[in-house]
Design a protein around this ligand. Structure first.
Ligand code: SAH
Length: 403
C-alpha cells in the first residue's frame, strides 16, 4: 500500500484553485502530511486548505515552482491508470466534435483536458497517421509509457514520436529527449483544409507544425478573397514558417511572397507549395529589416500577415515585446493599400488580447490609417481555452480591414 500524501495550502493557493485555476505554486504550500521524499514521488496527492477542507487531487512536481497541478476537484477519486485512460477517451471524443474534419489536430491539450503536462498532436488519420507526444510535467513523464500504450490502443497510429526536447521540461528537472517510439519514419503526410503538407515530426517546430493556426489560415484566405474582388491580390506572409498562411492565400488566388529567417522552414514551405501546384515567392530575411526596406519602396500590398514567434516569453520581457509588436504592425499598416487586409497575430500569453488590440490601435494611429475589425479570432478549438486559466488563451489573430 503506497502512502497517501496530503499538501496543505494557504489561503491564496486555495482561493486560486476555487477560482478555477489548476496550478498551485510552491509558495502557496504551507506543509505536508507526511512530506513526500524529495525527487521521487509521482502518484497523485490530496490538497487541503488550512481548515482541513479537501480541494481535490493533484500531480506533484518536486522541482518546478508550479508544485501541484489539479487532476480532479474530488479528493476521493482514484487517479489510477483507468482514470487517465478515461481522460484520453474524453479528450479524443471532444476533438471529434470540435474538429471532425481536421487532417491534423491537437488531441490532448494539457490542463484544458484535465491532463496537465500532456500534449498529444495527431497528423493524418488513423491507422496510417502519426501522433506526437510531449510529457511536460514530472508526473506525466513518469507515466509516459502507460499513456503511450493506451494511446496506441485507442488510435492505432502508424508512427508515434516524442518531442520532449522543449525548454519547459528543464523547469521540471526532466531531460531533453526526442525520437520515434513506434514506426520508422518521422515524415508524415497530412491534408489540412484540403491542402497537402509534409510534416517532419522530429525536425519541425513545436510537434511539427502550428496546428493552432489551422482555422485562421482558412479565415485569412476567405477575407483575402472577399477583398480581392476577382483580382490576384499581392500578399505578404511575414513569419511564414512552412507556409501556413501563404499556401492558403495562394490557393485563394493571391500572388504571395512568404518571408522567414529560417532557410530550412522556407525549403519545407516550398516543397509544400510544389505539392499543391502553387507558385509562391519565398524570401529569406529578417522580418524587421524586410518590412523597413519594403516601406521605402512604392509597391503596396492587398494582404499582409504577421505571425511572429512569441516576443514576450516572460512577463519581464513584455515592454520590449510590446515595442516589437507595435513596430511590425506599424510597418505592415504602411505597406497596405487602401482596402487592404491585415492579419495580425500574437501567441504570447503574457500579452493579453486587450493589450494587443491597444498596440495595434496605436500603430494604426501612428500610420494614420482607419482600421475596422473583420474578425477577432483565437486558437483553433482543438486547443481549448480553459476558463480560469488565462495561460490557455494564448493565441490572438485579428483580421482587419485597412482603409
Ligand atoms: N505563420 C506560421 C508560424 C510562424 S512561427 C504558421 O502559420 O504556420 C514563427 C516563424 O518566425 C518561425 O518560422 C521563425 O523561423 C520565424 N522568425 C523568427 N524570427 C524572425 C525574424 N526576425 N524574421 C523573420 N522570421 C523570423
Amino acid at each position: 500500500m503506497s502512502v497517501q500524501f496530503t499538501a496543505v495550502l494557504n489561503q491564496h493557493g486555495a482561493d486560486r484553485l476555487r477560482g478555477g485555476h489548476p496550478w498551485v505554486y510552491d509558495s502557496d504550500v504551507l506543509g505536508w502530511e507526511p512530506e513526500p521524499p524529495p525527487g521521487t514521488h509521482t502518484a497523485p496527492v490530496i490538497m487541503r486548505d488550512r481548515r482541513g477542507r479537501e480541494l481535490g487531487l493533484a500531480d506533484f512536481s518536486p522541482h518546478s515552482k508550479i508544485r501541484l497541478r489539479r487532476l480532479s476537484g474530488n479528493a476521493g477519486e482514484r487517479a489510477d491508470r483507468e482514470f487517465f485512460r478515461q481522460r484520453l477517451v474524453q479528450a479524443i471524443a471532444y476533438r471529434r466534435r470540435v474538429a471532425p474534419e481536421a487532417g491534423a489536430c491537437r488531441l490532448v491539450s494539457s490542463e484544458a483536458d484535465g491532463l496537465p503536462g500532456l500534449i498529444v498532436d495527431q497528423y493524418g488519420r488513423a491507422p496510417g497517421g502519426a501522433i506526437v507526444v510531449q510529457t511536460l510535467s514530472w508526473a506525466m513523464a513518469a507515466r509516459q509509457a502507460e499513456l503511450i500504450e493506451d494511446l496506441e490502443t485507442l488510435l492505432q497510429p502508424a508512427v508515434i514520436a516524442e518531442r520532449n526536447d522543449t525548454k519547459v521540461r528543464e523547469r521540471e528537472g526532466l531531460e531533453q529527449r526526442s525520437g520515434l517510439l513506434r514506426g520508422s519514419s518521422p515524415g508524415v503526410e497530412a491534408v489540412i483544409n484540403g491542402l497537402k503538407w509534409h510534416v517532419d515530426l522530429l525536425a519541425g517546430q513545436k510537434t511539427g507544425g502550428f496546428l493552432d493556426q489551422r482555422e485562421n489560415w482558412a479565415a485569412a484566405a476567405r477575407w483575402a478573397q472577399a477583398f480581392a474582388a476577382g483580382e490576384a491580390l499581392p500578399a505578404l506572409d511575414v513569419f511564414t514558417y512552412q507556409g501556413g498562411f501563404a499556401l492558403h492565400l495562394a490557393r485563394a488566388g493571391a500572388r504571395v511572397e512568404g518571408v522567414d529567417s529560417s532557410r530550412a522552414a522556407l525549403e519545407a514551405a516550398d516543397a509544400n507549395a510544389v505539392r499543391n501546384g502553387l507558385n509562391i515567392d519565398w524570401i529569406e530575411a529578417n522580418a524587421f529589416d524586410l518590412l523597413r526596406d519594403y516601406e521605402a519602396q512604392p509597391r503596396r500590398f492587398g494582404v499582409v500577415v504577421l505571425d511572429p514567434p512569441a516576443f514576450a516569453k516572460s512577463r519581464a520581457a513584455l515592454d520590449a515585446a510590446a515595442a516589437g509588436y507595435k513596430e511590425i504592425n506599424l510597418r505592415a499598416l504602411k505597406l497596405l493599400r487602401a482596402g487592404g487586409v491585415l492579419v495580425t497575430c500574437s501567441c504570447s500569453h503574457h500579452l493579453g488580447e486587450g493589450h494587443f488590440l491597444e498596440l495595434v490601435t496605436a500603430a494604426a494611429a501612428d500610420a494614420r490609417r482607419t482600421v475596422t475589425v473583420l474578425e477577432r479570432r483565437g486558437q483553433a478549438p482543438d486547443h481549448p481555452v480553459l476558463l480560469g486559466a488565462p495561460e490557455t488563451a494564448y493565441l490572438k489573430c485579428l483580421i482587419l480591414a485597412v482603409h
